[in-house]
Design a protein around this ligand. Sequence first.
Ligand code: PA5
Length: 425
Amino acid sequence: ENIDLVYLDKMEHIKKNEFDKTLLDNQKYLKNIMENSIQYQDSLGWLDISEWAGETAISNIMEKAERVRRNADVFVLVGVGGSNQAARAVIKALQNDNGPEILYAGNNISAHYVRQLLKKLKDKSVYINVIAKNFETLEPGIGFRVLREYLEGRYGEEANKRITLTGTRGSRLDEIARDNGYDFLTFPDNIGGRYSVLSDVGLFPMAVAGIDIKLLAQGAKDMQSYLHECDPKENIALRYATYRNLLLEKGYDIEMMAFFEPQLHYFSKWWIQLFAESEGKDNKGIYPVSVNYSEDLHSVGQYVQDGQKIIFETFIDVIEQNESLILTKDHVDDKFDYLNDKDFWDINKAAFEATIYAHSDSGIPCLKITLPSLNEYYFGKMFYMFEFACYVSGSILGVNPFDQPGVENYKGYMFNKLGRSDESK
Ligand code: PA5
């Protein structure tokens, strides 16, 4: 079963013939990608899953992860942006009770946060993984220093057995690993952070958390075969990219990913990063945001329904029921008896359907992505689908989806304030 895409729009902002014509026109971008345009050669290591997540790579990761899994109570993932988002998305959604608790550091510079984190490590067996492509980013840099000191204080010389570093070969992190006897994993040179899920970067922390990374890689691989080989008219990534760019042309500047399973919260953060950082440049791009319904129906929902018509929604509809909780009748007349014997799953589905109906009825263009199940296999498919779609969409928009020049701007001012000298660059 595959992930599917449906367009719901009562006001027909995009007419069928307009869509068909644009889709046909956009096939040239797909062709360009498939014929392996040399333009982005040094950023396309993710396009063929077998390059960094083939069978040997997966077994190597699983073996290393097993050692940590066996010995750790707590595993701290130190990284920011593309270095931690994908692993966190899957771990937060799917980790069950066995295996180490996964904590996150190096993703902010809040003294309060770091102090709280250190408190959680007390009396636990702690392992860490620092992920940074070139090890120049401030957050993981100082996060690592604090944790390194903590581990050395607790474990002395044995601390080095508890540290795994993931960086590019030849980077400062690589040298640090060699000088100190830390385990080292590869951050592929030819993959940018936000596209790095199917490599040591995303897969090692997931494996430590007990996620079935083989299944995840299989999902991505199947999506890859499908997107590379299917009839372009059916190609879900091309269709998605075409819809969103047509909507942008019509003044829908904001894309809101909407879901009713809180399990998808961190996945939506990954998706936001992917599209915002890849497309928001040259004064262009759709602004991606996400909402956690039904909670956010009671806040942002007001704006979506009645505010400016600048938002289109991309709903994620999970098909397979993954949990059941029946509401039983009790002794209090709370006026909710119309829900007696109903399953939370079905109540949530009713809210989903009502929302999508109400929003599309009031003129909000809605896309619906049907996700057969919330498991590793379909996470793998979604990662690959959205990465591929982002490449196509960025090409349609006319931007380079693999750089992030804007991220650099504030850093100059910050380094100035912090007194960084030229030789420490
Ligand atoms: O996608 C990207 O390139 C960024 O989000 C990076 O992953 C992020 O800035 C972290 O960079 P680094 O791994 O160098 O610390």
